[in-house]
Design a binder for this molecule. Sequence first.
Ligand code: UD1
Ligand code: MG
Length: 486
Amino acid sequence: MSANLPPVAAVVVLAAGEGTRMKSATPKVLHELCGRSLVGHVLAAARELAPRELAVVVGHAREQVAEHLAGVDAGVRTAVQEEQLGTGHAVRMALAELGEVDGTVVVVCGDTPLLRGETLGRLVAAHATDGNAVTVLTAEVPDATGYGRIVREPGSGAVAGIVEHKDASEAQRAIREINSGVFAFDGRLLAEGLGRVRRDNSQGEEYLTDVLGILRELGHRVGAAVAADHREIAGINNRVQLAEARRVLNERLLEAAMLSGVTVLDPATTWVDVAVSFGQDAVLLPGTMLLGETSVGEGAVVGPNSRLTDVRVGAGARVDNSVAEGAEVGAGASVGPFAYLRPGTRLGVASKAGTFVEMKNASVGEGTKVPHLSYVGDATIGEFTNIGAASVFVNYDGEAKHHTTVGSYCKTGSDNMFVAPVTVGDGAYTAAGSVITKDVPPGSLAVARGQQRNIGGWVARKRPGSSAAKAAEAAEREQGGTDSAE
Ligand code: UD1
Ligand code: MG
């Protein structure tokens, strides 16, 4: 955000309410949206104003909320509102915590996650330019039910005050310009106005919104800034609104990605968190979720139907129908279809974790391939090695996990068990079906399986007259016939 914003002394975030309509054991403001809590989004927007103080009013489940806040933003101060006696009372509690505040105080609600720092910046700028005592962020909404209405002077159109839905007359309820719940105040006048707020309303609460009318009556300038997009100020009260906000935020994130050069085949089924980043010409195929601090490198293709959490996908890599968490996929590497990469997986450049392959805490070198039906757990594999189909890195003895090392340029056979701890040297081969329990020196072929024995005529003797016996007899006859013709 531009450095020449007017200074902001404090931002106060109201988050003491319970949010009963969420019907949840989790406090409303801790519900998640694109990888951040509702209040986390509000704090991120508030930080863009670079306020001297950032305070959150907590009440309901306050230990849980305060603990969460400390994890999200160490610089946040909390003010406790024991009883939820209204938004005005909540701000009073914040001012009691902050002490006398000289300068601009911005008040926002903790449940408006779509609110942008940019919009707060415009509010603060308008507040300063107009020299207002208070500036309210308003919006024209299609359905104003439940919101406080902005009452304007008939002639001048100046803001006269805010009337809560429950206290509004029929005529006032027809007003579609609503109070977003976001304000910029002069700190001293805010304190003065709050001192005069009464509880003589339908809810018996101290309304913050009454401060506008009070300051106006005292002869101060009261103004409004209209938000460009009314969806931005939507408060979340239930899970229908939560889903709607998630969709809007997701669209916003994907739009930014697309404008920076990412191809998204189907935005409606592609979900990304706020901390996800992309290189140019990355491609997202339908049904893809990119979560946490995932990054997708230049020209990499992810999806369809993939979920990546805290994964680094290198340039030009391919992830197809797979799930990965806490993993690193090297440039040009290939994952899936149907692979599962668990934490600590590091796939080198141009390596491969193929179909029905699971990996965990495994480091796979450049050009190494694990193409089919395998589990690689607690392992280090060197460069340009090929692991045969249906191999298991047997890492668990029932009590502890052990490590397996396979060198570079190895070719291990199909259906191998590497019983850890064990080491296979560079350039070694292993025979199909081997259970490798001892180290294999470099360049050796390890064979660790029973010898094959063929018992001739067994079927004819033990299963006489069976279809197998008949087929064998026919094959023998045919062979005999061919022989005699020669
Ligand atoms: C409030 C506004 C209304 C506005 C709407 C926008 C008032 C009186 N009304 O109504 O004009 O249109 O927001 O969404 O301000 N809170 C506390 N302590 C309290 C009460 C509320 O911290 O004692 C917090 C809530 O947790 C919430 C916010 O303040 O984050 C708003 O409270 P809420 O009860 O949702 O107010 P509304 O009735 O929606
Ligand atoms: Mg509300």
